[in-house]
Design a protein around this ligand. Sequence first.
Ligand SMILES: *Cc1c(COP(=O)(O)O)cnc(C)c1O
Length: 388
Amino acid sequence: MKLAARVSQVSPSLTLAIAAKAKAMKAEGIDVCSFSAGEPDFDTPAHIKAAAVKALDEGKTKYGAASGEPKLREAIAHKLKTDNHLDYKAENVIVTNGGKHSLYNLIVALIDPGDEVIIPAPYWLSYPEMVTLAGGVSVIVPTDASTGYKITPQKLRESITPKTKLFVLNSPSNPTGMVYTPEEIKALAEIIVEKDILVVSDEIYEKILYDGAEHLCIGSLGKEIFDRTIVSNGFAKAYSMTGWRIGYLAGPTEIIKATITIQSHSTSNVCTFAQYGAIAALESSQDCVEEMRQAFAKRRQVMLDRLNAIPGLSCEKPDGAFYMFPDISKLGVKSLEFCDALLEKEQVAVIPGVAFGADDNIRLSYATDMATIEKGMDRLDKFVRSRI
Ligand SMILES: *Cc1c(COP(=O)(O)O)cnc(C)c1O
């Protein structure tokens, strides 16, 4: 049997594969320290679960609008106004099956074969694969620690060609944890407007910030950039709702309408009663978000200090999300080989940077308990010292 050519152009998600391998090892009784998962380790807050259970009991079990429950679209538009200073109506919002699905819908709606999409590396590994599936061309722009793994305005300008359609901005970033400052966002916005391209702003980690770092939504900087911005966000990271599969996009009417058409022929609506949990997440107290953020902040400090005490490793201080992205280039080994050996010898699961377009780095998630962090850092320290 011959599969479609597009299948051979993409690979399965390496992060999901490594996380699954670590889980399988644990199930076999092996004492694995896993820093591979890209999800909070907390349970979904009880009031959110209760709202979904109530909706289920009330019979919210039927097909709904492909665009999302009207009440949730309203709540999201309100959130974007109050949190992010973005003036969207409910009709500018689509509820999707997660932030990943938001981005997929958007790429399918916008990208024609040959269209170029600018993606700074290190990048979240699904971006280029989605562009490939749509027949587009990813223009990967490498960045390094000297600019905090952020694209500079000059590099963005140099990467734009007449074929450029879209720029992918992700702040706070997965995998680096870096956050663009308001000044940096402003400088990028000027170029996007001047060159008349679109930007998708993946803001899934906007609530997970440290040390006074600020999140500025690029679309809030004025009408010209607002008209060229699509915001992608969701409930997975801020509310620990990864398995619920609820995300959203907000943007210009024409683009959102197109994504609704695509969704109406692919997934139809997002799980109806789950959307009532999302409404509760937005409309109730945000204390749960802050409690999780504070726990992440403590773990971040411990992991960062431990990493930077290991000879040969160096790690920038992340201002957001829940990842560390240390540089391993001084060890003279590529990321996949390093991660395979680490899992085998010390049973520590981390993700090779090559998955994110950065083969000199590895990604560790600190969305896990403090005891695992301490134990895993002991093992990583031992592993690296045994190699130098
Ligand atoms: C987790 C994540 C998403 C979306 O996740 P969903 O579970 O699909 O909502 C989007 N972008 C980045 C960078 C992520 O890390």
